[in-house]
Design a protein around this ligand. Sequence first.
Ligand SMILES: [Zn+2]
Length: 184
Amino acid sequence: MRCKICGAKLRKEGDICKSCYEEYCKEESLDKDTNEIFKLYRQYLPKYQLTRFFDFYIVMLLLIMVAVAQKSIGLTLLFILVAVVGVIIALVISKKIAENTTCTFYEKKVVHRYKKKTKTIAYSDLKNVTYYQNFFQKIFKLGDIQFRPEVGTYLITGFEIKNVPDIENNWAKIQEILGAEKED
Ligand SMILES: [Zn+2]
C-alpha cells in the first residue's frame, strides 16, 4: 500500500503516510487560525513617492532644455506635459498598490495580501524578518519589511511589505509578536 499523496510505502493500513498527515494537520490548523493579532499597512506618502523619480526628472529636464534651446514652444510644452502626466500616473499607481496591500499577523501565521493574491508563512517556517530603509524612507519614518521562509526561495514563498509607516513602533510590535511565538 502506498501513500495517496507522496507515494511512500505505508507500513500500516491507510490512505496517507505519517508525514503527509502531519502536513495536512498543520495546514488545517493554519486555515483555522483566523484570529487577527496585528495588521501592517503600506503607506502612500506623495512627498516620499516624489523623491523616487529623480532619473525621470533629469531626463525630462534635459529634454525641456533642448526644446527651449531649439526655441520650440510646442515641444517645450509637450515635454512639460509628459513630465507632469508621468508623475501623476506614477503617484496614482503607487496609491492603488498601497491601498490594496496588507500584511496580517495571526496567532500562528503571517499573511501578505495584494488584492486577492495571498502568501502565507507559518511562524514555525519563518527563518527571519528584516527591515530596510533608504535615505528618504528614513526621513519619512518608512521601512520595507521582508519575510524570509525557512524553506523555498524568498521570491516564491517569501514576501515584502514596502513603506510601512511609523517603522520603529511597528517593528517593535512585530518583534514582540514573533518573539512571543518563539518562546512557547
Ligand atoms: Zn505521504
